[in-house]
Design a protein around this ligand. Sequence first.
Ligand code: ADE
Length: 225
Amino acid sequence: MKIDVLTLFPEMFAPLKMSIIGRAEKKGIVEINAINIRDYSTDKHMKCDDLPYGGGAGMVMTPQPIVDCVRAVDPENKAKRIYMSPKGRTLSVDIAKELAKEENLLFLCGHYEGVDERALEICGFEDLSIGDYVLTGGELASMVVIDALLRFLPGVLGSDASALDESFSEGLLEYPQYTRPVVFEGLEVPDVLLSGHHANIDKWRREQAQELTLRKRPDIIKNDN
Ligand code: ADE
């Protein structure tokens, strides 16, 4: 998969070079490019923002650098184009899985008061939100989306099964996990997990997941659980 992120702050994407996502890139499963929109400005001072028509607070990102940058990065219009914005559908595990099926993704990160609407229209961007709050820019939001979707690409996690086992995948939160030592500050690992009896362990985990979900997130329960 190839992911291009258009931003005025490409240095913000350093975290994607680390840990699991960084390893996925080294393995060649994904290529992530943070592209500086400013490099495409034809303004003599490389300006990328201006005052909003009609007045109001803040600055708006001008359309020219964005449209030229999109055309340079995705000349054949192959990528699914996503504009990070609180106006969009809210990210969910289903949307993350859907995006993981794409070959090419192009994210646009807005800053300041937003982006000139014509840039969004011309390039055919779809809005995507990560929740009902407003961030200072789309950079952190796009990293959340990229992290959430890459976990569904084969080879990104240690085993392909792990993303499916986890919270939300089956409409249930994940069961509690334990590792060594058996006793820590007086608290013991549940006996069943030490028993080696896989059917009992599976049953215990399913019951725990159901109980936890009912208690903490009854809103996500699906009927077949
Ligand atoms: N940009 C600013 N706020 C955002 C949000 N909640 N989701 C996605 N992009 C954003």
